[in-house]
Design a protein around this ligand. Structure first.
Ligand SMILES: Cc1ncc(COP(=O)(O)O)c(C=O)c1O
Length: 394
């Protein structure tokens, strides 16, 4: 392996949201930073690809940080990556930029919904989606996912009912799905797409995790399925998860339909969001152009971590059930056999295990009794976390 993903990098005192903030003050738990092992927020504990750091270093060496443009070569790098990795052809004029996927979701709600409208989500789901809806005076319409063995599936009848409500004006699709780890199959996406198109509900496809797909699975871009999906879609992709660049805040928003694109562009214009920052542009191009080899190695390591986690739980804490991980670097685990009360589970995780995970309950009540763990870290950190958890819950 050309890169050392086993290296433990001390991220404390680096202004890291993951390592330099305190968990649990809301439940009366306060620890000195460092006592609690953080595996909650979706950011990798790996150094970025050297090609990205080199490109950023060149910019730093120049020492001039005036207004940038997004060069044609950056657009080309994005388009070529999507074409090569996912077989999806994007036209340059479909592309807009935003300083984050959560910001993109906020702007989508502003662009396509009126106060009081209903935005469909599939809980348990990435919890900041809820804020994007509520912050803009819209309502959450839940199409709950159904547990099926060690995985989840979609309730299409319920989706049909939700989409048929005239107040439903947007569907936020998480694909691959955070936190349940599904990589939606083409037939599932097509069915969701047909339902939404039939009822005139645009689909915001949050595909931030599209590259992080485990062996045996394949990501299908929602907008690449066919005209009904393409013309009804807003897709968010980004180098942030794939290449661990979340702090640079670059999101690529792809909207093939002219009218949907115009409405989104109006929101960008009204807020004068007209450019990415210089480092985001530089890193985005370097990542998509030169980061593939690093990413392929990182993905293998992450998959190894998932296999390690499954084996570890089976041998040491068999009551806790991990779900099948098809995509994302977020493993979803069912703790209900060891602790049924979600508040007590949170408290025990922090005070007894001294591990900070994302509590299932924050993804919606469907997540009560579940935990999400970020496995994009050196295996020794994952092992330490699992040792602590097993020690507390065995
Ligand atoms: C599905 C999904 N969307 C969006 C985000 C956050 O994106 P951003 O930091 O660009 O707002 C995350 C981060 O974990 C995510 O998992």
């Amino acid at each position: 392996m050309a890169y050392n993903f086993d290296e433990v990098i001390d991220r404390r005192n680096t202004n890291s949201s993951k390592w330099d903030t305190l968990p649990g003050p809301e439940i009366g738990v306060n620890y000195p930073v460092g006592e609690v092992l953080p595996l909650w927020v979706a950011d990798m504990d790996f150094r970025a690809a050297p090609e990205i750091t080199e490109a950023l270093t060149e910019k730093l060496k120049l020492g001039i940080f005036g207004y940038p443009i997004v060069p044609q070569s950056c657009f080309d790098a994005i388009v070529e990556w999507e074409e090569k990795r996912h077989g999806w052809h994007i036209e340059k004029e479909w592309i807009l930029f935003a300083p984050g996927a959560v910001t993109t979701a906020h702007m989508a709600v502003q662009a396509y919904c009126q106060p009081g409208d209903r935005v469909i989500v599939q809980r348990p789901v990435y919890y900041p989606f809820f804020r994007t809806i509520l912050n803009n005076g819209a309502q959450i319409a839940n199409n709950p996912l159904k547990i099926a063995g060690d995985s989840y599936e979609i309730d299409f009848d319920d989706l049909e009912r939700q989409a048929a409500d005239p107040r439903a004006t947007l569907f936020i699709l998480c694909s691959p799905h955070n936190p349940v780890g599904r990589v939606w199959r083409r037939d599932e996406l097509q069915k969701m797409g047909e339902i939404c198109a039939a009822h005139g509900v645009p689909v915001l496809a949050d595909e931030l995790h599209c590259d992080i797909v485990m062996p045996g699975h394949r990501h299908t871009p929602f907008a690449g399925i066919g005209a009904p999906c393409r013309e009804n879609s807003i897709t968010a992709i980004a180098p942030s998860k794939t290449f661990n660049l979340a702090g640079l805040q670059a999101t690529v928003v792809v909207i093939p339909n002219r009218s949907l694109r115009q409405r989104f562009e109006n929101i960008l214009t009204q807020n004068s969001i007209t450019r990415l920052n210089m480092f985001a542009i530089t890193a985005t191009e370097a990542a998509y152009r030169h980061g593939g080899k690093w990413f392929d190695e990182a993905l293998k390591y992450i998959h190894g971590n998932y296999e390690f986690l499954v084996r570890y739980l089976k041998e040491n804490l068999p009551q806790v059930k991990p779900f099948r991980l098809e995509g994302t670097y977020l493993a979803w685990m069912d703790f209900r056999a060891v602790e049924t009360d979600p508040d007590r589970l949170q408290k025990r995780m922090l005070t007894e295990a001294r591990v900070w995970l994302d509590e299932g309950k924050i993804f919606g009540p469907e997540g009560n009794g579940f935990e999400r763990i970020v496995i994009a870290c050196p295996r020794s950190i994952l092992k330490e976390a699992l040792d602590r958890i097993a020690g507390a819950f065995r």
